[in-house]
Design a protein around this ligand. Structure first.
Ligand code: 5GP
Length: 183
């Protein structure tokens, strides 16, 4: 049963769970005993991080960053502010950034540049969703879930005004709920 505010389901719970299992398996195979550090980008990635990490069968560590972009709530400006930095040092670590969605790519591009400056041994990206038509900077997503159309979606960690993050699927909202959002 879907939430009454959802117009259309874009990714079902089953589709997401089998893809996350596949990504976890690939990460386990690729890293073996190299103990990756998973860096979740808050808040959206907390759901993916929880599911993905339980599909990883090799030793793994966790950290989180929180970022905010200036601008309206449905569009990224490209100017990113770090609200919470990592607790751990990443120098000489194998780092995997875990992101819910890559839209323009500007947030991730900023984050990768920032983290690369700390000299990790390797830096890869796991993103459940990308919106290829909205991409403005090239991003190499090694562990990629789904390419979706460039519509605003909620669920599986993604919010609209802090709501809907707990939906186990991803969907578009009925337009009347966010129309009139100027900024
Ligand atoms: P980007 O910098 O790639 O344009 O945007 C990345 C961030 O914008 C994501 O981490 C997410 O927080 C937010 N975002 C992008 N697209 C969507 C979307 O369709 N729905 C929601 N709820 N957030 C989005």
């Amino acid at each position: 049963m879907t939430n009454e505010d959802i117009e259309r389901v874009v990714l079902t719970e089953d589709e997401i769970q089998s893809k996350v299992a596949e990504l976890g398996k690939r990460i386990s195979e690729d890293y073996g005993d190299r103990e990756p550090l998973l860096v979740g980008v808050l808040k959206g990635a907390f759901v993916l991080m929880a599911d993905l990490s339980r599909r990883i069968t090799v030793p793994v560590e966790f950290d989180f960053m929180a970022v905010a972009s200036y601008g309206s709530s449905t569009r990224t400006s490209g100017v990113v502010r770090i609200i919470k930095d990592l607790d751990l040092e990443i120098t000489d670590r194998h780092v995997v950034i875990v992101e819910d969605i890559v839209d323009s790519g500007l947030t991730l591009s900023y984050l990768m540049k920032n983290l690369r400056g700390r000299r990790p041994l390797s830096l890869e990206v796991c993103a459940l969703m990308t919106k290829p038509e909205a991409l403005r900077v090239p991003i190499d997503v090694r562990y990629h879930g789904f390419a979706i159309p460039p519509a605003f979606v909620v669920g599986y960690g993604l919010d609209w005004q802090q709501r809907y993050r707990n939906l186990p699927y991803v969907g578009t909202l009925k337009p009347h709920l966010y129309e009139g959002d100027g900024d």
